[in-house]
Design a protein around this ligand. Sequence first.
Ligand code: FDA
Length: 299
Amino acid sequence: MKAVNALVVRALPLVPKGIVKRIAHRYVAGETLEQALATVARLNAEHCMATLDVLGEDVTRRDETDETVEEYRRALAAIALRGLDSNVSVKLTALGLKLDPVQCRRQFARIVEGARAHGNFVRIDMEDSSVTEETIRIFLESRERYEKVGLVLQAYLKRSLEDAHRATRVRANVRVCKGIYVELPEIAYQDRQEIRDSYAALVELLLGEGCYVGIATHDETLVERALATISRLSLPREAYEFQMLLGVAGDLRRRLVADGHRLRVYVPYGESWHAYSVRRLKENPAIAGHVLKGIFARQ
Ligand code: FDA
């Protein structure tokens, strides 16, 4: 089955968008803010917090970034108006980081201002390694102006332990994830166990130094290792949260919530759903079955 999955993953770019949309709809809240807010309300009713992500990345035109900024500001206002428990997650390449870092900073500052107006929090997602350093710098600069800004560190990057030390100096709010982009062995662990060990070490370092940590994983082994660290450090529930993606590992999510842990679900929405959906499908161990079902359901 692994071989079939690998084949399907390679063929994904050829699968028609209509089919990808049908099989990936569980990963995305919809195309509109209204649909995203309805998903957040449902998650809040299930005692989960949320983080909204306006889909889109690697823009090629500067004017595209204005619409993204406005959408985030609308989302922040609507979250406050409806009393929902959600913050937002932002990809800096959607604000033109690769085109013009100065303009990107200006655009990000406008989102942060929107958050400040409502006392909300903004997380900067971490993207491929070409923008890691600049992303951390923008985080640190923003953090000087507004405290409720957070960072993401990727366990597969060999540099992340050093970056975690930088984060502890400002007691940053850090999400730790494995990392999703394809990176070279020179800079990134490739072995599953090495990535897990790096992940556990980052969580331990950050929690031990008093950082608030978003433990973002669906890997049960890592959840158990994080819980062991939390217990060893005798940390209260307010010192950390678990984070999961919409549509993934519902059983694990419900178990953690039932045990009283804080848990946040990442809720992506927007018209640019295709690239995100393909990334999620590639990580789904049952992808071959889903794609085949999608194809047959169409006929
Ligand atoms: P792993 O991939 O080993 O998955 C563990 C198990 O979870 C699988 O065996 C399977 O059962 C289930 N599973 C995982 N993905 C699935 C899917 N798509 N469909 C069905 N089942 C699935 N990355 C990044 O580079 N920058 C970022 O900013 C973020 N942000 C982020 C936020 C949040 C809240 C999460 C949970 C993840 C991210 N990521 C990310 C993605 C992250 O780096 C990683 O690619 C995924 O979380 C998958 O890694 P796991 O730790 O879940 O392990």
